[in-house]
Design a protein around this ligand. Structure first.
Ligand SMILES: [Zn+2]
Length: 343
């Protein structure tokens, strides 16, 4: 990408109220059948337009066609029984009723490829598509078949690789894997988490990203953040190995977070999507606040590798707040772009 500081979002954006209840995570669809198929396309088109209107450089589908960033993908796979539910502790943080792995997992047909093709037809801008990462997938399921987190992660990595190759073939420029679990299970990340992620991107020629955040602004996450103290050094445990991995871009939470910015030095050389928008607050950042976060990041990230972004997805926010935040992101990036070109 030639333009300096290309902007994008971590992924999800609010859905219009006619397709799902707004300002709520994972809210069920209001439409059915063909109406839902058309409705998802309309919502994607609208979300794209809002990103373009705000001046974002890399655009996405706003995750308009999925209800949940992990389970919507898993719903399309064989080997997982959604009727058979067990309560498990997700990311060591909150209990949830989840589906059960009952046999070998496989992907019989593409999951998001048609949606990505539709997005590709609407714009000539670079597009980014998000998939769940292998470790976050296994952490959202009860496994009664493989009985090994690692084994199941390798199986999912193979499946993700099939999907990613097809997304690349329809013109997706950046494929992002969401791995919030990387911020919790440090030993597993280093033992096999990054390795399974590399299996998921094997053979891809498009760019690849991993998004590692502290989660949506929901209560379970904000309560957890309160236990983390004033210095969030979680990234420190996984950055050295990520720096050596084949992943091109690392997407992180930075604004209003207690992550010491100097940790970014540990991934010097990688492209970094710097979260400059807080998704856990309804306060819209000023462009100057965004610029300030980006300037701090520039001490540790080379200018040609810095991608201004949001901390995480914005699904639970109101559309007005999300719109304001997208505009602030664009305007803040523009301030820093001008400072860089004046040098
Ligand atoms: Zn996130």
């Amino acid at each position: 990408m030639k333009k300096l500081l290309p902007t994008s979002t971590a992924g999800s954006l609010p859905k219009p109220s006619w397709i799902a209840e707004p300002e709520k995570l994972w809210s069920p669809w209001k439409l059915e059948g063909d109406e839902l198929v058309d409705g998802k396309k309309d919502a994607l088109f609208l979300s794209l337009h809002e990103q373009q209107h705000a001046g974002l450089d890399i655009v996405g589908d706003g995750e308009q066609s999925r209800q949940h960033f992990v389970t919507t993908f898993i719903e399309h796979l064989d080997g997982v029984d959604f009727e058979k539910r067990e309560t498990v502790r997700i990311r060591d943080r909150y209990d949830a009723s989840v589906p059960t792995v009952v046999g070998p997992v496989s992907r019989q047909k593409p999951v998001f490829v048609e949606d990505a093709k539709f997005l590709r037809q609407q714009t000539t801008q670079p597009i980014k598509w998000a998939l769940p990462g292998p470790m976050t997938m296994i952490d959202t399921l009860y496994d009664a078949h493989y009985k090994s987190r690692e084994k199941l992660a390798w199986e999912f990595a193979k499946i993700l690789n099939q999907e990613a190759k097809e997304l690349e073939a329809v013109g997706v420029d950046i494929i992002q894997f969401d791995e919030p679990a990387f911020n919790v299970f440090f030993d597993e990340v280093n033992d096999w988490g990054i390795a399974t992620l590399e299996r998921a991107i094997e053979g891809l020629k498009c760019e690849t990203a991993v998004h590692i955040c502290y989660g949506y602004g929901i209560k379970a996450n904000t309560d957890w953040k309160k236990t983390l103290g004033t210095d969030w050094r979680q990234y420190e445990k996984i950055f050295p190995k990520l720096q050596k991995s084949n992943i091109d871009i690392i997407s992180l939470e930075c604004h209003n977070s207690h992550v010491p910015m100097e940790l970014l030095e540990l991934i010097r050389g990688k492209k970094v999507m710097v979260g400059a928008i807080d998704v856990a607050s309804n306060t819209i950042e000023t462009p100057e606040e965004v610029a300030d976060t980006l300037r701090k990041a520039l001490q540790f990230v080379d200018a040609d590798k810095l991608y201004p972004c949001t901390n995480c997805g914005m699904t639970p926010l109101s559309r007005g707040v999300a719109r304001g935040k997208l505009q602030a992101l664009s305007a803040g990036a523009e301030i820093v772009r001008r400072e860089l070109s004046a040098k």
